[in-house]
Design a protein around this ligand. Structure first.
Ligand code: PHE
Length: 337
């Protein structure tokens, strides 16, 4: 009897596992556990067994009954779940992609300009955004009441701390620590109390470069900036140097490049001028060398500072600076990786 029970259990398990539809499983349930089922029959006849067999066989048959009931309900659930799953893969459904971040257009251009200057030997350094009055103005030869400060109204913090209005203080910080020859490039955020409009934001980026050594000439400044303009805007760009004024350079100039939209003919973008100002530059003022403790007359050098937003707008023909800072992905996703 015991071996018959084991046989029933074995064959029931095999058939339940093989059953491929709910109906098959139900038929199996009836054939084992139904009213006339194989196991039911044994259980029904237990009373007719000898006293000593009754207990062991009864116990085993009841255990098998429980196990089979459980196996059947598990298999039924498995088959039900299978019918719920889609039968095929719809390859025409739009894919679920992960958003991959990309560089901001200002970062793209900042890094590109760094690599343009890297190629001719410039090293990259960083400077603080919170500066003292001395580094932002005093050391750069802006006297306290000089009107040149009017263009650099900023956000003032405690004491004589302020948010830097340009990257030129980096010149002082580097020259105080190191002796020429120096070929340095630095870029980062600057701040001015400007009302936001199509070409101003109170936070913007500048890129500062300077070369200080013995016998550096204005001609080298022109050559360096022309090289930069051709590399960044392409060989057909035209450049023009116009005299200007900065307290920390003498002589000073501004670099203009031909408008990328109208190629110099004059349009709305360049306000009919054909040329657009992109940076300030000049030969480092002897007073600046004196302020950092260099021996008078020993070195000469040039410096230049450019607005990164302006350059990026010209390169990509963007007509409103605020687009950079609105976090509109439709705009931002149009630029490089
Ligand atoms: N720092 C100047 C500005 O913000 C630009 C400049 C830099 C001019 C270096 C000359 C030399 O206007």
């Amino acid at each position: 009897m015991l071996s018959r029970l084991k046989e029933i259990k074995h064959s029931a398990y095999c058939s339940i596992a093989k059953a491929s539809s709910l109906q098959d499983v139900e038929e199996l349930r009836i054939s084992y556990l139904g009213r006339k089922g194989k196991l039911t029959e044994i259980l029904r006849n237990i009373g007719t067994l000898k006293e000593e067999d009754r207990r062991a066989i009864g116990k085993m048959a009841n255990e098998i009954k429980k196990e089979l009931e459980e196996a059947i309900s598990i298999r039924k659930k498995e088959l039900k779940d299978k019918t719920k799953a889609p039968k095929y893969l719809d390859v025409t459904l739009p894919g679920r992609t992960h958003w991959i971040g990309r560089r901001h257009p200002i970062t793209i251009c900042g890094q590109e300009i760094c690599s343009i200057f890297n190629r001719i030997g410039y090293s990259i350094v960083e400077g603080p955004e919170i500066e003292t009055d001395y580094y932002n103005f005093g050391a750069l030869n802006f006297p306290k009441d000089h009107p040149a400060r009017d263009l650099h109204d900023t956000f003032y913090l405690k004491g004589d701390l302020l948010l830097r209005t340009h990257t030129s203080p980096v010149q002082i910080r580097v020259m105080e620590k190191k002796k020429p020859p120096l070929k340095i490039l630095s870029w980062g955020k600057c701040y001015r109390r400007d009302k936001p409009d199509a070409s101003h934001t109170p936070v913007f980026h500048q890129l500062e470069g300077f070369y200080v050594a013995k016998n550096v000439t204005f001609r080298q400044l022109k050559g360096t900036l022309n090289y930069f303009a051709y590399q960044f805007f392409g060989d057909d760009v035209e450049t023009k140097f116009v005299p200007s004024y900065f307290p920390f350079t003498e002589p000073s100039a501004e670099l203009y490049i031909s408008c990328s939209v109208c190629k110099g003919k004059g349009c709305k973008f360049c306000k009919g001028q054909g040329f657009i100002e992109v940076l300030g530059c000049g030969m480092v003022h002897p007073k600046v060398f004196e302020n950092v403790g260099y021996e008078p007359g020993k070195y000469t050098g040039f410096a230049f500072g450019m607005g990164l937003e302006r350059l990026t707008m010209l390169k990509y023909k963007i007509d409103d600076i605020r687009l950079f800072y609105e976090n509109d992905l439709r705009f931002l996703c149009q630029f490089g990786p």
